[in-house]
Write a protein that binds this ligand. Structure first.
Ligand code: CU1
Ligand code: CU1
Length: 288
């Protein structure tokens, strides 16, 4: 029986408590920091060498889909009623709306050092000490809306621009792909300043602090954001009936993307799974 991932703004008090409790428990056990480490390890950019499995690449969506499933499995081993809620940033758009309440993720960071001081992930609560990819300090940081250099969340229109593209991804299959749903959703744009950040990337920037960069998993907001990104992929599939993950075959000899991206039937490290096998997850979960 497939379980349901809910809109975070519709969770009951009990659902929020159980989600938070399960997160704190896997953090206490050391499992959570393994997820942070994995994400840092797979944060490979265009300009670097080697396979890009997770970012700036067609497999951005299936890689994060599987990554979320792993986290969700860990949470459900603690409490089988828990699923990862999604944050629809086209609807919940203020720094005080869901998910930034005291009973869930807590709010923005304080002015002096951007330290999050409210909610269950506040450093002083003693349950959320950053261990991996620590830069500012071992406390969680946020700068919702980026107060000194404001940035807005992507709008429904911004998301629609991505959703209406009927092609999953296109050559050169990286952060410079001008067409294709994947990069329009992942959000590597052109130009300077905040105009360059679209959809998924723009949300990371809007949250700020720990959510920027390879160690972004340190902020539990990561999962709620990526659950919505994953929901967008499902919506795109439904809208463009029969549209598939691309590329279907690995790039040919002589292509500079050869060995750098994952084709539809190739393994998606670190797992023994292919993008093809992750396109339909309706037997595992659905979105409410
Ligand atoms: Cu990521
Ligand atoms: Cu992300």
């Amino acid at each position: 029986m497939a379980y349901t991932r809910k809109d975070v703004s519709t969770l009951t008090g009990a659902e929020k408590r159980r989600f938070v409790k399960a997160l704190l428990e896997i953090k206490r056990r050391g499992e959570y920091d393994e997820f942070v480490r994995t994400h840092i390890e797979y944060y490979v950019a265009d300009g670097e060498n080697g396979l890009r499995a997770a970012h700036m690449t067609p497999s951005f969506l299936p890689w994060h889909r599987r990554f979320l499933l792993e986290l969700e499995r860990a949470l459900r081993r603690v409490d089988s009623s828990v699923t990862v809620p999604y944050w629809d940033w086209t609807r919940d758009r203020t720094t005080t709306s869901a998910p930034w309440t005291k009973d869930l993720l807590g709010g923005t960071g304080r002015r002096s050092d951007r330290q999050v001081t409210t909610g269950p992930f506040a450093y002083a609560e003693g349950n959320w000490t950053l261990k991996e990819g620590v830069t500012d300090g071992e406390f969680l940081t946020r700068d919702l809306g980026r107060v000194r250099d404001p940035i807005t969340l992507p709008t429904k229109n911004d998301l629609e621009w991505a959703l209406k593209d009927p092609v999953y991804d296109t050559s050169p299959w990286d952060s410079t792909a001008a067409k294709g749903f994947r990069n329009k959703l992942e959000g590597w744009g052109t130009g300077r300043g905040s105009a360059a950040w679209r959809n998924h990337n723009r949300v990371h920037r809007w949250v700020g602090g720990a959510m920027v960069g390879g160690a972004s998993v340190n902020d539990p907001a990561f999962w709620l954001h990526h659950a919505f990104v994953d929901l967008c992929w499902s919506r795109w599939q439904r809208r463009h009936d029969g549209a598939r993950y691309l590329p279907a075959k690995p790039p040919g000899q002589g292509s500079d993307q050869r060995g750098r991206i994952v084709a539809r039937h190739e393994k998606l490290p670190p797992w023994d799974v292919t993008p093809d096998e992750l396109e339909d997850v309706s037997r595992i979960y659905r979105y409410a």
